[in-house]
Design a binder for this molecule. Structure first.
Ligand code: MG
Length: 380
């Protein structure tokens, strides 16, 4: 069967405390919408249509790239589903999913597809109700009971044979209020089965849901420590750049870029924790565009890689090794600059200095060296 997935993401409701719609907020290193798109594509469904608020097209593209087709939604969920169905006119099996359920797993998609291929007209994941259900009055007092037996909590995606759901929406009065697509299909006489649901498919509704979903989606996280080392030779000049701070000195540092050994060691430490090679692989010294470059560029690049990997820098520690210049007077400025570029509080950045007691190349003041460690938390 030709399968299409339709994700309804046109809602304008923002997550509590946020100003962007909740489907574009970030959970465990990915936007809420991107999690669902990824579940469908990883289940082998190539045709994914996302129905969006056209004013959010840019935000949507930033979130999912070209992984799905975008369709402009309407003012109601029903109108948005109609728009999505029109874009999937030749699909024989259609899965309709709410973007606010980012915990979709491949196995659920596969089970829904199997149910329709086995002959069901419609299928949806559902979970039993564990808690007692009570009716309340306007003041919040209990005034009745709801029998829990035979009651299920229905989730999305809801899967349908293409002809069944198209006919159901065609027959639906334009002003009808419906709770979900099963209701639309059943109103037109369709037979719908339920398959086992998934607690991870919980809907992002209340403020506390975000933290819970974040933990569920993050999966295993590991703590990685990367180390870096760098050295640069002294030459003619009147200043050095160390950890983003310009320090007047009787010599300069030679190097292809600004020769900020402190930040170069730090970049290597971050790349090390990510398993992303070394600074030379990312910024080849043979490339003229890095000649005299401000090392802030390198550190910002490392910070971007951290974010793209769904990782987080927990702490960095840099040791500068030189007889001169004296680091002490500049330590707090270096800390502040480094923390600023990495988006960390200064308390997560340590800058230390030592000499080598006049031994070796740093002791003879032929050059200076730096070493760094970066502690990152990232997906395992
Ligand atoms: Mg270097």
């Amino acid at each position: 069967m030709k399968i299409g997935a339709l994700i309804v993401a046109a809602g304008r409701g923002a997550r509590a405390g946020g100003d962007i719609p909740k489907q574009y907020s970030s959970l465990a290193g990915r936007t809420v919408l991107a999690w669902s798109v990824r579940a469908f594509t990883s289940a082998g469904i190539a045709d994914v249509v996302v129905v969006i608020d056209p004013e959010r097209e840019e935000l949507c593209r930033a979130a999912i790239g070209n992984a799905a087709r975008l369709v402009a939604g309407g003012t109601t969920r029903t109108a948005s589903v109609r728009a999505g169905l029109a874009a999937l006119a030749d699909s024989e099996l259609i899965l309709i999913h709410d973007a606010a359920r980012p915990g979709l797993q491949r196995a659920t998609v596969a089970a829904l597809v199997a149910a329709i291929e086995d002959g069901a007209q419609g299928a949806a994941p559902a979970l039993p109700v564990a808690d007692a259900l009570r009716r309340i009055d306007a003041s919040g007092r209990v005034n009745g009971e709801v029998e829990r037996d035979g009651v299920m909590r229905v989730q999305t995606p809801q899967a349908f044979r293409g002809d069944v759901i198209r006919a159901a929406y065609a027959a639906l009065p334009s002003d009808a209020a419906v709770s979900d697509d099963i209701a639309v299909a059943r109103a037109n006489g369709a037979d719908v089965v339920l398959i086992p649901g998934d607690p991870k498919l919980m809907k992002l509704t209340y403020p506390e849901d975000a933290a819970l979903l974040d933990r569920m989606l993050a999966g295993e996280r590991i703590t990685c420590v990367g180390s870096g080392f760098d050295a640069h030779r002294f030459g003619e000049g009147d200043h050095v750049s160390l950890c983003g701070v310009r320090i007047s000195h009787s010599k300069g540092l030679l190097g292809h870029s600004d020769a900020d050994a402190g930040w170069h060691a730090l970049v290597d430490a971050i790349l090390g924790a990510l398993g992303e090679g070394d600074i030379g692989a990312h910024f080849p010294p043979s490339d003229p565009q890095w000649k005299g470059a401000d090392s802030e560029k390198f550190l910002r690049h490392a910070a971007t890689l951290v974010e793209q990997s769904g990782a987080r820098v927990l702490h960095v520690d840099i040791t500068l090794i030189c007889e001169r210049p004296k680091i002490g007077p500049h330590r707090e400025a270096m800390r502040a600059r480094t923390a600023d570029v990495l988006g960390l509080p200064p308390s997560r950045v340590s800058i230390k200095a030592t000499t080598t007691e006049r031994m070796g190349f740093t002791g003879r003041e032929e050059g200076l060296a730096a070493q760094a460690t970066a502690t990152l938390e990232r997906p395992g």
